[in-house]
Design a protein around this ligand. Structure first.
Ligand code: G16
Length: 543
């Protein structure tokens, strides 16, 4: 085993986005590509000497190889203890939990989240800082700067670490510890939700299906739902993480989790359905015969969280990303707690959570979380739902309908136009920004524009301002359309159009989402000239 310094030259494209560096697998497979980026991260972690580092990934294609590279480079870069998940697996929320519990300086998480995997799929590397959440922009900017001037990286020439067996190995001055990927996370869940109550629910005959989409949550869901809570074997399906996710697109929405949707909307639906994504931070909730939008799920969890032991004291506040529907705001108003609207991206919640301003937060993109870690947490959301179901002893669909009856229903849908040319997408956004001042008072699709802006966020904790976070258009008819470009795609640009309309009248809570939102969709299409700019006549995905 020798410590070596290897010469290298910069790659121009290593700029991390919202969730780290995401590219196609073949890009990461170029010689030195991974090493350059990892060294740039380590060089940016100033206090790494003698510190603890967490390492893991979502098991996608190339995970094991990159884990070995990261471990050898971390040992050569001064970290003294490196915790790595068994088989190289750690869900993003489990990594966040470990960083906090073991006071690590941070963690390297290998994942492209909900993006597809396999040899031609996506790969990603992200760094989470000592509070357990995604690195702030100051950090990722510094990493990018470093990638542009890198001349060498450090590593140990050593044989691979056995990732399958729990235990410790010395590598130079560092100790590498292969840890149980699930144990610490399970322990944390036990402090938040009532395992006994949920176990009693399963004993009473309650049945659910959890679809792990052949991604990382499988081992966690099996250990907790089937192992600890006594759900029957087979409750967790697609529970073995596979390098190509078994051909699944591990994005838990009605389109990609269609098997679960078919079951839940069919005659043999169990009492509850749930799914999670590639790295385990997103969740999808389905009641019998009824898909629960992530925006509604956040609102319902906010209304009932006090029923779980971890939230029995009540909530400090709730935060949602701007494109998420306003359903949670209505609950916050009733509870008399604060509600915050942040830009898309989990890092904006971290400041609010650290300052104790909010307890729960969530996003339309199926991320829900609380102050227990600094990431969204798919399985946690499912467990909190189960705790609420066990307490209320009502069918899940009834809980949703009663919620609408009490607060009104926010009809909601997202239209994605994927892989459009970047120049076309940029032109559409520029067009919107140009016409914004003239929109108020104009009528589109029978709806009148009341107000509109390009969302800018002032962080209530540190006062920092984040401009240009998406176009919001409010209509007098209590409807809203939001336009923004995705920050997580790896090919071309993805335009996201978020459509929403509030319906207070319970007699109108059973419309199809399409019917309820057709006027808003028409208004959005017309005013943004979507067809003209994208060259598409319909969205690629509607969720
Ligand atoms: C990441 C962020 C999320 C955010 C999402 C937005 O999710 O962590 O907070 O909602 O990106 O994606 P887009 O920019 O494509 O709309 P993940 O699960 O990819 O890490």
């Amino acid at each position: 085993m020798t410590l070596t310094q290897v010469s290298t030259t910069p790659f121009p494209d290593q700029k991390p986005g919202t969730s780290g560096l995401r590219k196609k697998v073949p890009v990461f497979q170029q010689p030195n590509y991974v090493e350059n980026f990892v060294q740039a991260i380590f060089d940016t972690v100033e206090e790494r000497e003698g510190a603890t580092l967490v390492v893991g990934g979502d098991g996608r294609f190339f995970n094991r190889e990159v884990i070995q590279t990261v471990l050898k480079m971390a040992a050569a870069s001064g970290f003294s203890r490196i915790l790595v998940g068994q088989r190289g697996l750690l869900s993003t929320p489990a990594a966040s939990c470990l960083i906090r519990k073991y006071k690590a300086i941070g963690g390297v998480v290998l994942s492209a989240s909900h993006n597809p995997g396999g040899p031609d799929g996506d790969f990603g590397i992200k760094f989470n800082v000592s509070h357990g959440g995604p690195a702030p922009e100051t950090f990722t900017d510094a990493v990018f700067q470093r990638t542009q001037s890198i001349t060498h990286y450090r590593t140990h020439r050593a044989s691979d670490i056995d990732l399958d067996v729990l235990g410790e190995t010395r590598l130079g001055n560092a100790t590498i510890q292969v840890i149980d990927s699930v144990a610490d996370y399970t322990e944390l869940m036990e402090t938040l939700v009532d395992f006994d109550k949920i176990a009693a629910l399963f004993v009473s005959g309650f049945r659910m299906r959890f679809d792990a989409l052949s991604a990382v949550t499988g081992p966690y869901a099996k250990a907790i739902l089937e192992g600890r809570l006594g759900a029957p074997a087979g409750t967790v399906v697609n529970g073995e993480p596979k390098p190509d996710f078994g051909g699944h697109h591990p994005d838990p929405n009605p389109v990609h989790a269609h098997d679960l949707m078919d079951l839940m909307l069919g005659p043999d639906a169990p009492d509850f359905g749930a799914a999670s994504d590639g790295d385990g931070d997103r969740n999808m909730i389905v009641a019998p015969g009824l898909f629960v939008t992530p925006s509604d799920s956040l609102a319902i969890l906010t209304a009932h969280a006090h029923l779980a032991p971890g939230y029995a004291q009540g909530l400090a506040g709730v935060a949602r990303s701007m494109p998420t529907s306003r359903a949670a705001d209505r609950v916050a108003a009733k509870l008399g707690i604060r509600a915050f609207e942040t830009p898309t991206g989990w890092k904006f919640f971290a400041n609010l959570l650290d300052a104790g301003l909010v307890t729960l937060c969530g996003e339309e993109s199926a991320g829900t979380g609380s102050n227990h870690i600094r990431e969204k947490d798919g399985l946690w959301a499912v467990l909190l739902w189960l705790n609420i179901l066990a307490e209320l002893k009502k069918p899940a669909d009834k809980i949703v309908r009663e919620h609408w009856a009490a607060f009104g229903r926010d009809y909601y849908a997202r239209h994605d136009y994927e892989e459009i040319e970047t120049t076309r997408a940029d032109a559409l956004m520029a067009h919107l920004r140009e016409i914004l001042p003239s929109l108020p008072g104009q009528v589109f699709g029978g709806l009148t524009v009341e107000a509109c802006d390009d969302f800018a966020y002032t962080d209530p904790v540190d006062g920092s301002v984040t401009p240009r976070q998406g176009i919001r258009i409010l209509f007098k008819e209590d409807a809203r359309a939001v336009f923004r470009l995705s920050g997580t795609g790896t090919a071309g640009a993805t335009l996201r159009v978020y459509l929403e309309r509030f319906e207070p009248d319970p007699r109108r809570h059973d419309l199809s989402r399409q019917d309820a939102l057709s006027a808003v969709a028409e208004a959005a299409n017309t005013l943004a000239k979507i067809g003209e700019f994208t060259g598409r006549s319909a969205p690629s995905v509607i969720t």
